[in-house]
Design a protein around this ligand. Structure first.
Ligand SMILES: NC(=O)c1ccc[n+]([C@@H]2O[C@H](COP(=O)([O-])OP(=O)(O)OC[C@H]3O[C@@H](n4cnc5c(N)ncnc54)[C@H](O)[C@@H]3O)[C@@H](O)[C@H]2O)c1
Length: 273
C-alpha cells in the first residue's frame, strides 16, 4: 500500500467521530490504515480500533478517556463541536474550546516528533483580530474546565456569542502554540469550513432559529454546501506527511468564500478582511 499520508499503523485520536466531518475523517483514517481512537458523546459507528464515550465539557470523562489512550500518539484531530443556538454560550465554549484545549494539552506529551494536531474552527471565528485582547485574556487562564466555567460566568456580557468566541479561541490558540510545538517537531493547524451539510447544520437551523437565507449568505461562490467528507479530507491532509512543513495556519476550506471577501467582491459580514 502506498502510504503517502503516513498514517499506516499509527495511533491517531479523533473527537467528534460519530457524525459529520469527524465521522468522515475517522473513516478515511481507518481506510488509511491508522489505529483510530475515537472520542464522542454519541455512538461511533465507523469501525475504529477503540471508541470511547466522552463529554468534552466534563473533566472527569475527559480524564477517563485520556487514561485509556495509548502512550504514543501520532496525530490528534479535534472535530467535536456544537452550534449556538441551540446550545447556550457557556456550554458551547466549554465543548468547542475549553475541552478541546484541555484534551490537546493532556495528550501533547504523548505526541511524537513528526506528529500533528488539526482542529476545526469556523469562518465564524475569523474575525478574531478586533477581539484579540479578550481571546488572549481567556487563553491566559489555566486550562481547567472549572476555571473556564468561572471566567465565562463572570464575563457573560463580554461573550454574548459563545460559538464565534470558541472558534476565535481555536484560531488564536493554533497560531500561539505553533512556535513552541515546532521546537518539539510537532505541527498544529486548524481549518475554517464554510457551511457544511451535517447534524450541526440541522441543529443550527432547527426550530426556526437561523433561517436558510442567513446561512446561504456564507455559501461559497459555487453556491453549494460542503459535505463532511470535503472537510474530513483536508483534516487528513493537514495532519499528514504531505503537509509536513505547514504549521500555525488557519486554512479556510470554503471554495473561495474568504478570497471573495478579502478582495471586496462580497460583503464582509464576519469582519474577517
Ligand atoms: N457544519 C458546519 O456548517 C460547520 C461550519 C464550520 C465549522 N463547523 C465545526 O465543525 C465541527 C464538526 O461539526 P459537524 O458539522 O461535523 O457537526 P456534527 O454535529 O455532524 O458533528 C459534531 C460531533 O461532535 C460530537 N459532540 C457534540 N457535543 C459533544 C460533546 N459534548 N462531547 C463529545 N462530542 C460531542 C457530536 O456527537 C458529533 O459526533 C464542529 O466543531 C463545528 O463547530 C461546522
Amino acid at each position: 500500500m502506498n502510504d503517502m499520508l503516513g498514517y499506516n499503523g499509527k495511533n491517531v485520536v479523533i473527537t467528534g467521530a460519530a457524525s459529520g466531518m469527524g465521522k468522515a475523517a475517522a473513516q478515511l483514517l481507518v481506510d488509511a490504515g491508522a489505529q483510530v481512537y475515537a472520542l464522542d458523546i454519541a455512538e461511533v459507528t465507523v469501525p475504529v480500533a477503540t471508541a470511547l464515550k466522552v463529554d468534552m465539557q466534563d473533566a472527569a470523562s475527559l480524564e477517563t478517556a485520556v487514561n485509556a489512550l495509548p502512550r504514543e500518539i501520532h496525530a490528534l484531530f479535534n472535530c467535536a463541536g456544537v452550534p449556538s443556538p441551540p446550545f447556550a454560550a457557556q456550554e458551547t465554549m466549554l465543548i468547542n474550546f475549553a475541552g478541546l484545549r484541555w484534551l490537546t494539552e493532556a495528550l501533547l506529551p504523548r505526541i511524537s516528533e513528526g506528529g500533528a494536531i488539526a482542529s476545526i474552527a469556523s469562518t465564524a471565528g475569523m474575525g478574531w483580530k478586533p477581539n484579540l485582547e479578550r481571546v488572549r485574556e481567556f487563553l491566559a487562564l489555566d486550562n481547567s474546565l472549572e476555571t473556564a466555567k468561572h471566567w465565562l460566568q463572570e464575563n457573560a456580557d463580554a461573550v454574548p456569542d459563545g460559538y464565534g468566541f470558541s472558534k476565535q479561541c481555536i484560531i488564536v490558540y493554533t497560531m500561539s502554540m505553533a512556535g513552541e510545538l515546532a521546537q518539539k517537531g510537532i505541527r498544529i493547524n486548524c481549518i475554517s469550513p464554510s457551511p457544511t451539510d451535517s447534524a450541526f447544520m440541522q441543529q443550527l437551523k432547527g426550530e426556526g432559529q437561523i433561517p436558510d437565507e442567513a446561512v446561504e449568505l456564507f455559501l461559497p461562490p459555487n453556491g453549494r454546501y460542503a459535505s463532511g467528507e470535503d472537510m474530513g479530507k483536508v483534516m487528513l491532509l493537514l495532519n499528514s506527511e504531505l503537509a509536513g512543513f505547514i504549521s500555525g495556519q488557519n486554512l479556510p476550506v470554503d471554495f473561495g468564500y474568504c478570497a471573495e471577501v478579502v478582495m471586496g467582491q462580497r460583503d464582509d459580514l464576519m469582519g474577517l478582511a
